[in-house]
Design a protein around this ligand. Sequence first.
Ligand code: NAD
Length: 272
Amino acid sequence: MKEPFVTEMNEVAFSQLLRLARSASHIVAFTGAGISTESGIPDYRGPGGVWARNTPPTLSEFLESEATRRTYWSERRERYPALRDTAPNNGHAALARLQDTGLLSAVITQNIDGLHQKSGINDERLIELHGSAHRIRCLACGANFSACEVQDRLELEPIPACSICGGILRAGTVLFGEPLSGESLRRAVAAAIACDLMLVVGSSLIVQPAARMPRIAVSSGARLAIVNLDATPLDDLADVVVRGGAGVVLQRLTDELLGETAQAETGWHTGQ
Ligand code: NAD
């Protein structure tokens, strides 16, 4: 796994980021696996990442092969408890604080880990482009189940079936070869068009169509800031790129922004 606790931060870039955030009134965060590495969830393409360990099945492999489904559920049985118990980190918490003060209008995430929800991002502001590992749904009747409920059944049923109609169950995440939910995509595009600053955090920006969101924001007049440990294909399009760990950068950004808001409010109330 990539060293997640990099604290070295380019001060000039951070000052630029702070300036952009101060002049913005509708910030939208676009997050990827990198915001969750500090919670202990490996990112996708880093050493030790999910990709290096096992490639997830495509939708057609999942549908056509019982053996694929058996392996899928067996891996899930082993791994889901750790995901269920993972806590959000300083980066998630900082975004939730920005939301609570009205500066952050939406979070578009590629993550399926549910950590933005756990940190307090409201459902109406959260767009999970690739779905959520915490929901299970039936492909036949569309019924939804909590992942914990299905997890308990895995002890006795290696390939669980829908308890209502007997159909094939799957996690509420997008598999390779599968289109994104039209509703999520529509909400993400609307948020990207409406924002005046898009703050990309912890994404390699190579998974499509999610990675189009920063371009959509820029072509609609927004500024673009990228906080990431590695270079991305959109660095040249960005107004600022901060190379640093998501937790430390977002926490400091939020502290500085909200410290100023608190000071301004104090000044107002005391008539200064
Ligand atoms: P990615 O793995 O392709 O890229 C992650 C990026 O985050 C890398 O460029 C890396 O340099 C950076 N990074 C890692 N740790 C960081 C940190 N502490 N601070 C700042 N940057 C950090 O991830 P992606 O762009 O989200 O695309 C991967 C796909 O895999 C997505 O579709 C996502 O759904 C899925 N995925 C999700 C999770 C999750 O839910 N947590 C985890 C792995 C993969």
